[in-house]
Design a protein around this ligand. Structure first.
Ligand SMILES: [Zn+2]
Length: 169
C-alpha cells in the first residue's frame, strides 16, 4: 500500500482509485537535490527522510505541474515539487482531481474515449493559459501605474529645470 507522505493527508492507495477519485500517487524523484526539495515540501519532522517507496498524492501538486500525453496518460512534470494542501491549517486549493473528473462510460467507443482525453488535455492547457493570462493582466496594470508615476516625475523634473532656468536669468 502506498501512503501519501504529506503529514496532514490521509490518502492511501487502498482508499483511493485513480479512475474513481482522479487521484494518483507520485514517487519521490531519484535525483538527490530534487528529492530533498520534496522532503522539505512535505513538511515532516526533521529526522524524516524519504525511502524508495515514499510517494506524494496528486492533491499536493498544482494543476500546471501535470501534462497529459497524446495517449491520454497523466504525467507529472520533471521539475514539479509538492506545493499545495500541505498544511491542514491552510484553505484547501483546487487540484487536478476536482478540476477534471474522469468520465468514461462503458458504452464509449475507443474513438470517443480518445476524443475525451483530447478534450481533457486541452482543458488543462486552457486552464494554465487562463492563469498565465491573469498574471499578465495584473502585471500590465502594475506597469501602467508605474508609467503614470514616471510620467509625473518627468513632468516635475521638467518644471523644476524650467524654474531653475528662470531663476538664473
Ligand atoms: Zn496527499
Amino acid at each position: 500500500m502506498v501512503c501519501c507522505a504529506v503529514n496532514s493527508c490521509k490518502n492511501t492507495s487502498a482508499k483511493i482509485s485513480k479512475n474513481k477519485d482522479g487521484i494518483t500517487f507520485h514517487r519521490f524523484p531519484r535525483d538527490l537535490n530534487r528529492r530533498r526539495l520534496w522532503e522539505i515540501a512535505v513538511n515532516r519532522e526533521e529526522e524524516w527522510s524519504s525511502t524508495v517507496s515514499s510517494a506524494v498524492c496528486s492533491e499536493h501538486f498544482d494543476t500546471k505541474d501535470f501534462y497529459i500525453t497524446e495517449s491520454g496518460l497523466r504525467r507529472l512534470a520533471v521539475d514539479a515539487v509538492p506545493s499545495i494542501n500541505i498544511s491542514a491549517c491552510q484553505a484547501p486549493e483546487p487540484t487536478i482531481s476536482n478540476l477534471l473528473p474522469i468520465d468514461v462510460s462503458p458504452t464509449d467507443t475507443e474513438e470517443v474515449i480518445k476524443l475525451k482525453y483530447k478534450v481533457r488535455r486541452l482543458e488543462v492547457i486552457a486552464e494554465n493559459r487562463k492563469r498565465r493570462l491573469n498574471i499578465m493582466w495584473q502585471s500590465r496594470r502594475r506597469l501602467r501605474k508605474q508609467v503614470e508615476r514616471m510620467k509625473c516625475i518627468i513632468k516635475h523634473l521638467i518644471r523644476y529645470k524650467q524654474d531653475k532656468r528662470c531663476e538664473n536669468k
